[in-house]
Design a protein around this ligand. Structure first.
Ligand code: BDP
Length: 597
């Protein structure tokens, strides 16, 4: 069982109530951090309006606002109806980027670190029922080397602070996911674990329910709502004869209804959808329901024009429709856990997810310098113990949040950290042991992390920790691009021969490969940045993939073009998308559709 924040996705029934608080909220920046001293949590002095979910950086017309770094406040009046008396009442945030202090009726009720995972602020003791209450949140978006994702802050000549991300996506911040008022009974279901066994045509669902009742009743229903099985007890197994298994080809979902009882009386209920499936690694194969599966798909971002990283169910739907059209089965939530709505929909669509913690930028070189061989160990700096603690907290919260999604098939614990030194090995050994020894995931799904180009067969220190070895490779782009692409292919094959010789007996997947491409550019012969060149790079990679039978998947970088900080190598952002930022296909989309279908 995981420790840390536990917050089940809100549901509504006889026992539970929730109300989305999304709308225009009040907003004000606090560049001198005077808000606490001047009691802004009572009332903001000069607020403007700001959508929730939303992010100021994508909405402003001013550069200093777009890059604003520091403290800022949100405020909202919340009417809490009196029929919620005798309930536990909380405000539930899908996430706040990167840290938050929550005040309710001027009382500080919660602080939370980490910008991509949900948390609840319990307001039971301070709420006024049947009245308008006041909610205020102090948010801070500064990056540091002690938190994830990593970066630092520089001071500009006019005294303003400016974030310097050590990662290649725009540092959008604020309240970018749903916010709910939630009410739950005093005696309640706090959490539940599920685990599956499949034998031939039947399956067993092993469950454990955490809560303050003496027993539970669990009902499984089929797609049409007919009862398949009923079981009782807080910990037990359900036998399912003729089980319909969940897979990308057939994402069959059962309904599960959990009722918590105390002295024979139902005191709480929680319902959701589940799929029966197993995931294992066996030798060099990844097995889904005991059959080898090849992963085809993308590294993605939560990113869209005007929205930034704000959750939009329309974007989720469009992305998944494009992914079905192109014929993929998998994506990685590079480089942070996405909003919960992505996973709920992936369960329905049948996409497999490699779920990634925001451990990006843990390196003394940045992603461009990385290819130039600059080196100074990141893990010798004195901030590592705080970093490690935050890293572990976020892994715990991620696994806790996503463990019951059938779409999630693996946990990615890092993206492109320093990976060749003793120091990094020792740091990550602790991180991987933390997950394994504490049995954070009841289903013990495979662990991985994305390794950058310094991690060659003779230099890498982290693949030994991983159940699946994930490589990010840019042969033909950062390494020997354009007219040198033949050399790139040679180097790539040399590397893969090296891994083959090591005989790690583990599955390998490619979690990144690709080329920046402007949808406007055509060139004959192909040149870098043209659509023809993106196709050439894809052909080159697929050619090499098929020569090694330990390669079990390819997730191309990236699903769509996405916003980054300004940089001389970025034209309106990163252009490695197979789709444009507004989700229209580049030529490569048609090529990949052929290769993948
Ligand atoms: C890799 C990073 C990814 C970048 C990508 C790129 O993991 O975040 O966007 O390179 O340069 O190093 O396109």
């Amino acid at each position: 069982m995981c420790s840390g924040n536990k917050t089940l996705y809100p549901v509504q029934n006889e026992f539970r109530f929730n109300q989305l608080l999304n709308s225009m909220w009040n907003f004000e920046i606090d560049p001198d951090s005077i808000g606490i001293k001047e009691k802004w949590y009572k009332k903001l002095p000069k607020p403007e309006s700001m959508p929730v979910p939303g992010t100021f950086a994508e909405l402003t017309t001013k550069r200093d606002r777009k890059y604003y770094t520091g403290d800022f406040w949100y405020e909202k009046d919340v009417f809490v109806p009196s029929f919620l008396k005798n309930k536990d009442i909380a405000i539930r945030f899908g996430s706040i980027t990167h840290r938050a202090k929550v005040f309710f009726n001027s009382v500080e009720v919660k602080t939370h670190e980490g910008g991509f995972l949900p948390f609840e602020a319990d307001i039971t003791k301070v709420v006024k029922l049947g009245q308008v209450n006041h909610l205020a949140i102090l948010v801070n978006n500064k990056l540091s080397l002690e938190t994830i994702p990593c970066g630092d802050v520089t001071i500009l000549s006019d005294g303003r602070k400016a974030n310097r991300p050590r990662f290649d996506f725009f540092n959008y911040s604020g309240i970018m996911r749903n916010v709910w008022l939630v009410a739950t009974p005093k005696g309640k279901i706090i959490d539940f674990d599920l685990k599956y066994d499949i034998q031939g045509k039947s399956a067993q669902i092993h469950y454990q329910i955490y809560g303050n009742g003496d027993t539970a009743k669990v009902e499984l229903t089929d797609r049409n709502g007919n009862t398949v099985a009923v079981q009782s007890g807080l910990k037990n197994s359900i036998d399912v004869k003729n089980a319909q298994l969940w897979s990308p080809a057939c994402p069959y979902l059962y309904g599960i209804k959990i009722q918590l009882l105390r002295q024979g009386k139902i005191i709480d209920e929680y319902s959701t959808k589940i799929g029966i499936r197993t995931v294992k690694v066996l030798g060099t194969q990844i097995l889904l329901n005991d059959k080898p599966i090849h992963l085809k798909g993308f590294g993605k971002h939560e990113d869209f024009t005007i929205l930034g990283k704000a959750t939009s169910e329309s974007v989720i739907k469009r992305d998944f429709e494009c992914m079905k059209w192109i014929g993929v089965n998998c994506f990685r939530t590079s480089h942070y856990p996405y909003a919960e709505e992505w996973y709920r929909e992936a369960d329905r669509y049948g996409f497999l997810i490699i779920d990634e913690v925001p451990a990006v930028g843990l390196s003394s070189y940045n992603f461009i310098e990385a290819t130039k061989g600059k080196f100074k160990s990141f893990f010798t700096n004195k901030n590592n113990s705080k970093l490690e603690q935050v890293h572990e907290q976020e892994i715990t919260e991620m696994i806790n949040r996503d463990k019951n999604h059938q779409s999630v098939i693996a946990w990615s614990l890092f993206n492109e950290p320093e990976s060749t030194s003793n120091e990094s090995y020792h740091y990550f050994k602790k991180i991987f042991n933390f997950v394994r020894e504490n049995k954070l995931d009841p289903q013990a799904r495979p662990l991985t992390g994305a390794l950058e180009n310094h991690s060659q067969p003779d230099t890498d220190r982290l693949s030994q920790l991983c159940d699946i070895v994930s490589l990010n490779r840019y042969y033909g782009w950062y390494v020997k691009g354009g007219q040198y692409i033949q050399e790139a292919k040679k180097k790539f094959i040399d590397e893969m021969n090296g891994w083959e010789r090591l005989n790690l007996n583990k599955p390998f997947i490619f979690t990144e490969f690709g080329a920046d491409t402007l949808a406007s550019e055509h060139r004959l012969p192909a040149e870098m940045w043209s659509q023809e060149y993106q196709n050439e790079v894809i052909h080159m990679f697929f050619d090499v993939f098929k020569q090694y039978n330990f390669i079990q998947g390819e997730l191309i970088w990236n699903f769509a073009d996405f916003k980054t900080e300004d940089a001389i190598v970025r034209v309106g952002g990163n252009q490695k998308g197979i789709f444009t930022r507004d989700r229209q296909p580049k030529d490569a989309a048609f090529l990949l559709r052929k290769l993948w279908k």
